[in-house]
Design a protein around this ligand. Sequence first.
Ligand SMILES: Nc1ncnc2c1ncn2[C@@H]1O[C@H](COP(=O)(O)OP(=O)(O)O)[C@@H](O)[C@H]1O
Ligand SMILES: [Mg+2]
Length: 609
Amino acid sequence: MISFLRRLWTYVRPYKARLIMGLVCGILLAATNAALYLVVKVGIDLIFKGEIKLSADEQSADGQIHSPKIPHFLRPLADWLTAHLPHVQASQGLVYTVILFIPVIMFFRSLFNYLNIYLVNWASTRAIADLRTKVFGHLQSLPLSFFTQENTGDLISRVTNDTQSVRSIIGSSLASLISDPLTIIFTLILLLTLQPVLTLMSVVVLPLCIIPISIYARKVRHSARAMQTHAAELSKLMHESFTGNRIIKAYNLEDKVLADFQGITKKFVSQTMRVVRANEIPGSVTEFLGGVGVTLILFYVVSKRTISMGDFGGFLVAMFNMYKPIKNLTRLHNQLHQAQAASQRVFELLDTPSTMIESASPKPLTAADADIHFENIQFSYGEKPILRGINLAVKAGQLVALVGSTGSGKTTLVNLLPRFYDPQQGRVKIGGTDIRDVSIKELRRQIAVVTQETILFHDTVRGNIAVGRPEATSEEIEAAARAANAHDFILQKPGGYDAVVGEKGVTLSGGQRQRVSIARAILKNAPILILDEATNALDAETERAVQEELEKLMKGRTTICIAHRLSTIQKADAIVVLSEGRIVETGTHAELIQRGGVYQRLYEIQFQT
Ligand SMILES: Nc1ncnc2c1ncn2[C@@H]1O[C@H](COP(=O)(O)OP(=O)(O)O)[C@@H](O)[C@H]1O
Ligand SMILES: [Mg+2]
């Protein structure tokens, strides 16, 4: 329990000045709460009997009226009032003084209450915002494999819902952490010195409220965790149904998705209500027990009749004043459990280590004019080996084409070069340097990739092309788009280069998206180029046009090209045929055709169609 608070504290620490100021306001709030009791007591006594008693000791057994006594600090004000308002008698001046003190104390009470909550939330909101930023930053540092395993909706929920829930709980409980116990303590001390019997009678039943608190504390943690999990399931479902809405419509899945949503919502509601019960029942029990205490007092007062109006009125105010803090404290334990459950889900993300190890002392990398070597590569995503002993050299400035049936491991192999994944065995070298020895940023700066699935951001066409070189000029962006045969269609879009392409580029056709992503790679102007079926969504004619541009682009660069249409790679310096994670043939187009192996068969199949 404590360890999660300690961990949260590391985020609050930078803001501790405001936090401490807020907590000091909490102490002052507690003091004004106690002062309110004093003023009410003195005021009522003055109004009804002209009698003031500040302690039980002064109360004589026969109940005789004593000369009015008031706290010393009130004297000057009372004298001032009597002196300046001629028609006011000495005792009346006193009454007015005490009554005037009520709004003054209420003012400070409200002020400290506000500052207490404001400053504590000032600190906690910033602390949790930092935590959220840290989690988000950490997620960015995690390898691709993490994102293929985790669910986007769940991740979003952890970064938003769970941190939000920690924030609100920590904010509210920190605010009351100091002021509530101190209000209770201050008030109890005053009450015990002034009215020991009444006070003991009214609190004697309170220990009973430990029972509901302890019963519900056990349940709340489990429910809080379940609640957060269901919230995450809801965001999962929403994310999938919004991004995959086309399929939901095509397969008439609306009712099913809605039913799923309702099902999870029902579970979420039921767990939330458990938490609400756990938070509210102990408070209500305390309230009831407080009522029993007041009843006991009334019995005592009626039977003894030795108590002044002021004592009684002040006592009731004090009891009501203590009631909210006690209720808050009964909740505190549960709320901490809730915060723990939510923060655990956040910390789990932070604790996910990056399996992609950055070299501590990175070597420099010059990928231009450097050969690429894949040496004894063994790779698997899970159990099943995907690449089995790949040895491949790509000479500087050459074009190497990878062919093979789907699932043979072509994409997997090229993914190793920008270190989207690391091989379990073997190494990839650029210019003799193991790519694990250079900084990942530096490595990726020197590689331009057109991925098999085109990924566009919800941004303008210009923004999408410029991702690899944000400082590129409009002319450079346009030149890249022209080379990718994208310029014409971009101009036809309303807004041209400033047209927003929609989420994942939905407002473009598959072929248009692909050309934008080729333009992006062209603009990056990196010495190594990876084209993973970069033209598969283009019609034959457009493909030929793009192909010519790509060939110009490949000059002077080292290119690995995965081709779906073999006609596009006949000029490759080497063609590598993959089958089930192994290289089965290597050679030029002419050599491989002559050999009459796998490549020749693939070629014939394509040639016939
Ligand atoms: N992220 C992944 N997790 C698990 N298995 C994967 C993943 N990506 C690809 N695979 C599997 O690896 C094999 C090779 O895939 P891939 O390299 O994409 O083939 P290709 O690009 O040659 O069509 C396939 O059997 C595929 O199912
Ligand atoms: Mg592939």
